[in-house]
Write a protein that binds this ligand. Structure first.
Ligand SMILES: [Zn+2]
Length: 347
């Protein structure tokens, strides 16, 4: 059920029905589809989370549901936490497998103007629910590496800036502390795959907007581990992160100085853009390929983005596959000829 990256509103609805989960319709999308929310617990610490604000970013939604499925078998901390979960803020984009909503607007650039109904719904919920913490759940593209390590970033975080000076506020510190806790709780062999986004301020982004308003907001960006194009492994990591984080928030938070929090957060390497799906080596040309998934007839198809070999320092590059014409099987040689013709067409 969770293996496919295409996760339209019908699949969410089927899942909710199959698990007899009661939802509340908190509003509708620009094209009139319902936006569902799930409420859990009646505790004093209020946590709001939303996923698939970008419709084609389903990994965190799938992770959220994996966590929820387990959680509902042994529900805990209902007296400590109040959760409000919006599993799919952008159902129109989810159905079309687009980042943007039904009107072609990027909802994560609409926080200030609030022109779209999905963002209006989110803002109204924030006003009514008054969260102590927001979890802003996304997918990142496969292009990212962790610092200069040539390891792919399979999960990234950000505690966004609250203004142009990027000064460290108590709100930013609070979000960093949650990120630090999640990173420290993950298995060691996954830690080398965790990156951090740079904190250039953009008040149109929801994280920056809420940080300016003083609500700690953690940006999650689920990526891809190795050749797992379904991202199901990272969806499970997201489920673990949520479980660890909610457990942490259900207890008194231990004392830690701002300096120590900042230092620990700073130790997460900033992302670079050196990850590629293929290096193609033909007789005369060498180039990198990135996959871009698009929806064709209700199925995910792949188109390609090319980068010439001499533009990138190979020692910093993360590669999922090397296709070398001299060493390839006849099948691989055929694939290389196809890629080469696409590359030359693109040049
Ligand atoms: Zn996103």
């Amino acid at each position: 059920m969770f293996k496919e990256r295409y996760f339209p509103s019908s699949r969410l609805k089927d899942w909710l029905t199959a698990h007899t989960i009661e939802t509340e319709i908190i509003g509708s999308s620009e094209l009139g589809k319902p936006i569902h929310a799930i409420r859990i617990g009646e505790g004093p610490v209020r946590i709001l989370m939303w996923s698939q604000m970008h419709g084609n970013e389903s990994t965190t939604t799938r992770g959220l549901l994996i966590w929820l499925e387990k959680y509902l078998q042994y529900p805990t901390y209902q007296e400590e936490l109040s959760l409000l979960i919006i599993p799919q803020l952008n159902p129109d984009g989810a159905d079309k497998y687009t980042r943007a909503n039904g009107k072609g607007i990027d909802l994560n650039r609409d926080a200030l103007i609030q022109s779209q109904s999905e963002i209006k719904v989110l803002m109204r919920i924030v006003e009514e629910f008054r969260p102590h913490y927001n979890l802003n759940l996304h997918d990142q593209r496969t292009r990212f590496t962790v610092g200069d390590t040539n390891k792919e970033a399979a999960l990234s975080f950000l505690s966004a800036s609250a203004d142009e000076t990027r000064k460290i506020t108590s709100t930013r510190i609070a979000a960093m502390r949650l990120i630090n806790h999640m990173v420290s709780s993950l298995p060691n062999n996954f830690k080398m795959h965790i990156g951090r986004y740079d904190d250039a301020f953009n008040p149109n982004c929801t994280g920056d907007y809420f940080h300016a308003k003083g609500i700690p907001t953690v940006l999650f960006e689920a990526g891809q581990l190795g050749k797992d194009y379904t991202r199901i492994e990272v969806a499970s990591i997201i489920a673990q992160c949520l479980s660890n984080l909610l457990e942490f928030l259900s207890k008194p938070i231990p004392e830690q100085s701002d300096e120590a929090i900042l230092k620990e957060y700073g130790e997460i390497s900033e992302n670079r853009t050196n990850s590629y799906d293929e290096l193609v080596i033909s007789e005369k040309h060498q180039f990198y390929v990135r996959y871009i998934e698009v929806l064709v007839n209700n199925q995910i198809d792949t188109i390609f983005e090319f980068t010439s070999y001499d533009q990138v320092d190979l020692s910093l590059v993360n590669l999922r596959q090397i296709l070398d014409y001299r060493k390839g099987t006849s099948e691989e040689q055929q694939l290389i000829r196809l890629r080469l013709s696409q590359y030359l067409e693109n040049e």
